[in-house]
Design a protein around this ligand. Structure first.
Ligand code: ASN
Length: 343
């Protein structure tokens, strides 16, 4: 008899496992066992499931890099015993956590699928069952004895995306996530349709999983808007110990040409701050030099975020700073795709 595929469910919290507090009417997290008992269909799956849970499941607004390290440790400690991992997580910050894990898990050769839901599992119209069951099936997919997905994915509403390409785009629709710069890896219809050419292809032969848990949070994000005050920019640039700034620019990486603006940025880069140019658009790429309004940014050697999401830029910066990448190499490494997060 062939061995069954072993899948580990990691429950961190989120709407998927929430119930209504009848006193206040607010949704709060509940126990993992109760969550599983709500889905008897799990017994029909052709794989062996085991679950572990955060001691206290949380709403994902309370997630931070310490929790990411806990998820990474759970995967590290169980890596050899399981064929795949499904992480149940609140949708609000799922793209941040899943992007972070993509950087923290170097040489990953097994599926790590993040999923959650917009409605609690006990709700009559819940999207939780389909999301959870299909995530498990995708995590269990194998070809010639090898897992099909060998990266961190995010499954929601019939699509598996590369996690570090996603953004939460809707607080209401079941289709809550988008990945505008990379097509889906797997689509669920009557069949599970794997788009092989969209999967991450790297050789992990003779390479072992390396887990990086040190994330340096000395970073900031500044979103440009017409009317941004000089004092706001100055205050941000003067934050003590600030090591990287993600600058959300317009369109293809454009910014105002005011002298106070450009000279403040230039001074900060000369003082060693890593400034990363990321577009506010959810699709498309930074292309510094295409317009006059980005020429000086290019000249002052701003880091090109290309088509990276803000979520991936934040977590990549935390990872590189936490890994003590040298100041000289930071720009080159940031501009290189490490886990398929940019073109
Ligand atoms: N507030 C919830 C969370 O992120 C939202 C959800 O899971 N749909 O934990």
């Amino acid at each position: 008899m062939k061995d069954k595929t072993n899948i580990l469910l990691i429950y961190t919290g989120g709407t998927i496992g929430m119930v209504k507090d009848y006193k206040t009417g607010a949704l709060k997290a509940f126990d993992f066992k109760e969550l599983i008992s709500n889905i008897p269909e799990l017994n029909q799956l052709d794989c062996k499931l085991k679950g572990i849970s955060f001691e206290e499941p949380i709403d994902s607004s309370n997630m931070d890099p310490k929790h990411w390290a806990t998820i990474a440790t759970m995967i590290e400690e169980n890596y050899n015993r399981y064929d795949g991992f499904v992480v149940l997580h609140g949708s609000d910050t799922m793209s941040y956590s899943a992007s972070a894990l993509s950087f923290m898990l170097e040489n990953l050769a097994k599926p790590v699928i993040f999923t959650g839901s917009q409605l609690p599992i006990g709700d009559l119209r819940t999207d939780a069952k389909e999301n959870l069951i299909t995530s498990i099936q995708i995590a269990a997919l194998k070809e010639k004895g090898k897992p099909v997905v060998r990266e961190v994915g995010l499954y929601f509403e019939y699509k598996l995306y590369r996690a570090n390409r996603t953004t939460k785009i809707n607080a209401e629709h079941f289709e809550a996530f988008a990945s505008l710069n990379h097509p889906p890896l797997v689509e669920s219809g009557v069949h599970l349709n794997v788009h092989y050419s969209n999967l991450l292809k790297r050789s992990t032969k003779n390479k072992f999983l390396q887990v990086h848990k040190n994330m340096d949070t000395n970073i900031a994000v500044l979103k440009l808007f017409p009317g941004l005050n000089e004092s706001v920019l100055k205050s941000v640039l003067e934050i003590p110990n600030l090591k990287a700034l993600i600058l959300e620019t317009y369109g293809a990486g454009n910014a105002p040409m005011d002298n106070w603006f450009l000279s403040s940025l230039k001074k900060a880069t000369l003082n060693g701050l890593h400034i990363i140019n990321v577009t506010q658009c959810s699709g498309g790429s930074v292309d510094m030099g295409h317009y006059e309004t980005s020429e000086r940014l290019k000249k002052m050697q701003l880091i090109n975020g290309k088509d990276i999401t803000t979520e991936a830029a934040i977590t990549k910066a935390m990872y590189l700073l936490g890994s003590k990448v040298s100041d000289e190499l930071f720009k080159t490494i940031f501009e290189t795709s490490l886990r398929g997060e940019m073109h």
